[in-house]
Design a protein around this ligand. Structure first.
Ligand code: NAD
Ligand code: TYD
Length: 346
């Protein structure tokens, strides 16, 4: 199915990692649609990521906090969107352990403000980007167990609790107001433009700078890795063909131990594994995430297309070739964050 020039889509949080990849994906696939990107530009939002789009008259960037009801309503009034996809969030577990409040504000209140605006301006189609972390975690010794959409919500961190709350609100808006809502819960994304506080880009950037590679605990925790482009394709399909009122899991079929990823990055960059240091574990550290995405596959015909070997190679090459993107990002405020998070841990 194709969207044409009369469609307007609001992509919140589009100056962040997945939102920006989604905007690039949309622009390429649907050259005529209008894309509007409200983003607060927190530490995680980066104008240089979206800068190449600023000359495009079918793209508009607005610096806006999704909790700002007046500003959000004004934007809806001006743009009359057909679809809203909400990527805007505080997204890092470690920061949520340190300071939960902003997570509740943005991830819960902000989502409800957006959905109120959707109700107010013509029952606009709303898609909430959620996470597999809302299901809590799985044991390391039960590879047969996977998260399905029926797995009870059991979040562990302030981050995942705030995301679970937003999911519940989205479903409540569907049931109570008939708002056409879908929710997707994806596993750990990786790819270009990811802020280097998350495992993969942090390890690549540190290795490139010959800095130590801080692995929490033994590094035996398992994540399922999803290449960001595969995620974008899944969201597109859900917007086109998904059933409203439904939740869809999105996974990469790639379970990896953290330590194995870090070793792989060392090898790819020709760095010694002696850079690896085992640091104090994360509080309440989720052991394993693993996704059953058979609902999305059987209903909408989606499957991940990028195998991890290819995806991680692309990602490493991107960081090698885009120092000008991440060097400014890791100066200043990020350095203070890094000292605070890792200085006391070793
Ligand atoms: P990110 O931290 O890279 O980007 C978040 C973006 O949201 C930034 O541009 C930031 O400026 C913006 N933002 C934050 N608060 C805002 C506010 N109040 N108003 C407007 N904009 C605001 O995050 P990401 O990794 O791209 O994640 C995007 C979404 O995907 C999030 O909802 C996250 O929970 C979800 N998710 C991410 C992953 C992952 O592996 N990265 C996995 C599962 C789910
Ligand atoms: P992260 O990228 O923060 O994603 P999430 O916690 O949402 O899964 O972390 C991925 C895994 O890597 C998680 O088990 C924590 C671990 N980790 C480290 O070992 N060291 C680090 O410096 C970071 C940021 C994460």
């Amino acid at each position: 199915m194709a969207w044409n020039s009369d469609k307007t889509i609001i992509v919140t949080g589009g100056a962040g990692f997945i939102g920006s990849n989604f905007i690039f994906y949309l622009r390429k696939k649907y050259p005529d649609i209008r894309i509007v990107c409200p983003d607060k530009l927190t530490y995680a939002g980066n104008m240089t990521t979206v800068a190449p789009l600023l000359n495009d008259d079918k793209f508009r960037f607005v610096r806006l906090d999704i909790c700002d009801r007046k500003g959000v309503y004004e934007l809806f009034d001006e743009e009359k969107p057909d679809i809203v996809v909400n990527f805007a969030a505080e997204s890092h577990v470690d920061r949520s352990i340190d300071s939960p409040e902003v997570f509740l504000q943005t991830n819960i209140t902000g989502t409800s403000v957006l959905m109120d605006a959707c109700r107010e301006y013509g029952n606009v189609r709303f898609h909430q980007i959620s996470t597999d972390e809302v299901y809590g975690d799985l044991p390391l010794d039960r590879p047969d167990m996977l998260f399905t959409e029926e797995t009870p919500l059991d979040p562990s961190s302030p981050y995942s609790s705030s995301k679970a709350s937003a999911d519940l609100l989205a479903m409540a808006y569907y049931r109570t107001y008939g708002l056409p809502v879908t929710v997707s819960r994806c596993s750990n994304n990786y790819g270009p433009y990811q802020f280097p506080e998350k495992l993969i880009p942090l390890m690549i950037v540190n290795a490139l700078n010959n800095k130590s590679l801080p692995v929490y605990g033994e590094g035996l925790n398992i994540r399922d890795w999803l290449y960001v482009e595969d995620h974008c394709r899944a969201v597109d399909l859900i917007l086109q063909k998904g059933r409203v009122g439904e939740v869809y899991n999105i996974g990469g079929n790639t379970e990896m131990k953290n330590i194995d990823i870090v070793k792989l990055i060392c090898k790819a960059l020709g760095r010694s594994e002696e850079l690896i240091v085992h640091v104090e574990d994360r509080k309440g550290h989720d052991k394993r995430y693993a996704i059953d995405h058979s609902k999305l596959s059987s209903e909408l015909g989606w499957k991940p297309l990028t195998d991890f070997g290819k995806g991680i190679k692309n990602t490493i090459e991107w960081y090698v070739e885009h120092r000008e993107w991440w060097e400014p990002v890791i100066s200043g405020e990020y350095q203070r964050y890094y000292e605070k998070m890792y200085g006391e841990r070793t």
